[in-house]
Ligand binder design. Sequence first.
Ligand SMILES: C[S@@+](CC[C@H](N)C(=O)[O-])C[C@H]1O[C@@H](n2cnc3c(N)ncnc32)[C@H](O)[C@@H]1O
Length: 229
Amino acid sequence: MRSREWGKIWNKRSVILKEEDLYSIDGFNMLTCYQWNTIVRFFCNKLCINGNERFLEVGCGCGAFLSEIKKEYNDICISGFDISENIIKIANQKVDGEFFVKDASDKEWNIDKSFDIIISFSVFHYFDNLISSENSMENILDLLAEDGKIMIGDIPDKFYEEKDKEIRKQGKRNRDGKANHLYYSKDFFIDFSKKHNMKIEIIDHRYHIKDFFPNKDFRYTVILKKEHK
Ligand SMILES: C[S@@+](CC[C@H](N)C(=O)[O-])C[C@H]1O[C@@H](n2cnc3c(N)ncnc32)[C@H](O)[C@@H]1O
């Protein structure tokens, strides 16, 4: 299964790279520290953070995204989970937050808390299938506080699937077999927002993200907010 294959890959990667910067371990080693900060700031602005929120990240890696937000907003509370045990060990050693091992494809998450902002950055393409992704979205919503926001970031666009695959085939990051990516049409998230009466903002990386960000022509990010009745 895709998710399990990628879990093994991330587990190994964290052992090899454990002395690197957090964002490098989390797969953004092609960026400089300044570039990573620029990307995270861009999404922070989109999320309109107050500075006192409780954050959860699904597939938090070793906390590169969350810890970068915490540098800007010291009073936020951060927590996250990831399928990779080794990566969570690094997060707990290096980041001031609460991190635990969990597979997002589990039917029940059994997390007994609520959060103001729940993010998942560059993770949804590792899920097994859309049923599993829908289940994750429902679990995220269950954990969301009143007035909460969800950000699912860096999603491969189904519209560009063939083109993206062609380019990945040529690159050294190409992986055969089960460890490939899951693509999402924007309708997947639009339908979810309609079903739950939420506002949705879709940020097309092609038009809004700096050129240095990998795969930017084929990815997008969605922000969902609960609508007031
Ligand atoms: C590209 S990294 C991104 C890490 C982090 N979100 C960030 O932006 O710094 C993708 C992460 O997703 C995790 N992941 C993949 N499938 C998962 C699953 N089913 N449940 C939880 N985490 C998963 C991987 O272990 C890896 O740490």
